[in-house]
Design a protein around this ligand. Structure first.
Ligand code: PPS
Ligand code: ADP
Length: 268
C-alpha cells in the first residue's frame, strides 16, 4: 500500500485501496489523528509497522475524489447480498438505449409491469422524467448528455446495490458514456438493451412531434437528425423488427424477462 500526503491535507491512494479493507478503519476519527500526529507532507511509505501503522491506515482510508478531499467510505452492516435474499432477486441495471420514438419508454413500462406482476421489485429511471428534476440543469450538448448519463448511471448503480432491478431508459447516444456506466457496475449486472428500430419508423411514429420540429430546423441537435447516435457493439439484448414488423410491447418485455430468468436475476 502506498499513500502520499498532499499539500492542503488531502491524501492520494489507489481506488483499489480506497475500496479495500482500509475502509473498515474509517471508524478512527480525525481527532485521533490530531492526537497522534499526521505524517509529513509528501511522505510516502510502501510498508508500515506499529505503532505508526494505524495512523497510516486511517490516512489511507481518506480519499480525494473530484473536488472532495479528506472523505471516507462508510461501510454499512446490511449488505447487498442480505437485501437480495430479502427480495429474492439480484440487483442489476437494464439500460435501454435507442432513438427517440424507438420504444424505450414502452419497453421500460411494460417490463416494469411484467416484473411487478411476478413479485419482483423494479424501478424505472426515464431520461425525460429525470430532466424534470435531477438533470434539469442539463441540455442536449454532447457534454450535457455525458453528464446526464453519468448521473443516471450513478443513481442506477445505487438502485442495483439496493437489490432492485433498475430499468434506465435514455437515448444515451454515445458509446463511451454507456460504457462508463457499465464500468462502474459489478460484472454482468449491466444489461444493455438496444432498441434497434430504423430512423424512418421512429420518425413516422413521432408521438411528440419532435422529429417534425427538428426537420423544420426548430430543434437543433436532435438525435438521428443533426446529432449522432452510436449503436452498441456488444449489447446483451437487441430488440428489432422481424420481417418489417416490430414485436409487440409484451414480446419485447418477454425477451428481457427471458434473459433475466436465464441469468438468474429473478432469484436470490
Ligand atoms: N435535441 C434532442 N435530442 C433528443 N431528444 C430530445 C432533444 N430535445 C428534447 N428531447 C427530448 O428529450 C428526451 C431524451 O432525453 P434523454 O435524457 O434520454 O437524452 S440523452 O440520453 O441525454 O441523449 C427525448 O425523449 P424520448 O423521445 O423518450 O427519447 C425527447 O423527448
Ligand atoms: N412494440 C411496439 N409496437 C407498436 N408501437 C410501439 C411499440 N413500442 C412503442 N410503440 C409506439 O411508438 C411510440 C414511441 O414509443 P416510446 O416508448 O415513447 O419511445 P421512446 O421512449 O424511445 O421515445 C409510442 O407512440 C408507442 O406507443
Amino acid at each position: 500500500m502506498e499513500i502520499t500526503l498532499k499539500k492542503g491535507g488531502g491524501v492520494t491512494c489507489s481506488p483499489a485501496e480506497r475500496h479495500g479493507s482500509a475502509h473498515s478503519l474509517s471508524v478512527y476519527t480525525t481527532k485521533r489523528l490530531n492526537e497522534t500526529g499526521f505524517p509529513k507532507e509528501g511522505e510516502a511509505r510502501s510498508s508500515f509497522s506499529s505503532p505508526k501503522q494505524i495512523i497510516f491506515d486511517v490516512v489511507a482510508s481518506m480519499s480525494v475524489v473530484g473536488k472532495s478531499a479528506n472523505i471516507f467510505w462508510q461501510e454499512c452492516p446490511v449488505r447487498k447480498l442480505d437485501r437480495q435474499k430479502l427480495l429474492k432477486q439480484k440487483g442489476c441495471v437494464i439500460w435501454i438505449t435507442g432513438l427517440s420514438g424507438s420504444g424505450k419508454s414502452t419497453l421500460a413500462c411494460t417490463l416494469d409491469r411484467d416484473l411487478h406482476s411476478r413479485g419482483k421489485l423494479a424501478y424505472v429511471l426515464d431520461g425525460d422524467n429525470l430532466r424534470h428534476g435531477l438533470n434539469k440543469d442539463l441540455g442536449f450538448s454532447a457534454e450535457d448528455r455525458a453528464e446526464n448519463i453519468r448521473r443516471v448511471g450513478e443513481v442506477a448503480k445505487l438502485f442495483a446495490d439496493a437489490g432492485l432491478i433498475c430499468i434506465a431508459s435514455l437515448i444515451s447516444p454515445y458509446r463511451k458514456d454507456r460504457d462508463s456506466c457499465r464500468a462502474i457496475l459489478p460484472d454482468l449486472s449491466f444489461i444493455e438493451v438496444f432498441m434497434n428500430m430504423p430512423l424512418d419508423l421512429c420518425e413516422a411514429r413521432d408521438p411528440k412531434g419532435l422529429y417534425k420540429l427538428a426537420r423544420a430546423g426548430k430543434i437543433k441537435g436532435f438525435t438521428g437528425i443533426d446529432d449522432p447516435y452510436e449503436p452498441p457493439l456488444n449489447c446483451e439484448i437487441e430488440i428489432q423488427q422481424e420481417n418489417g414488423v416490430c414485436p409487440s410491447p409484451c414480446a419485447m418485455a418477454g425477451q428481457v424477462v427471458g434473459y433475466l430468468e436465464e441469468k438468474g436475476f429473478l432469484r436470490e
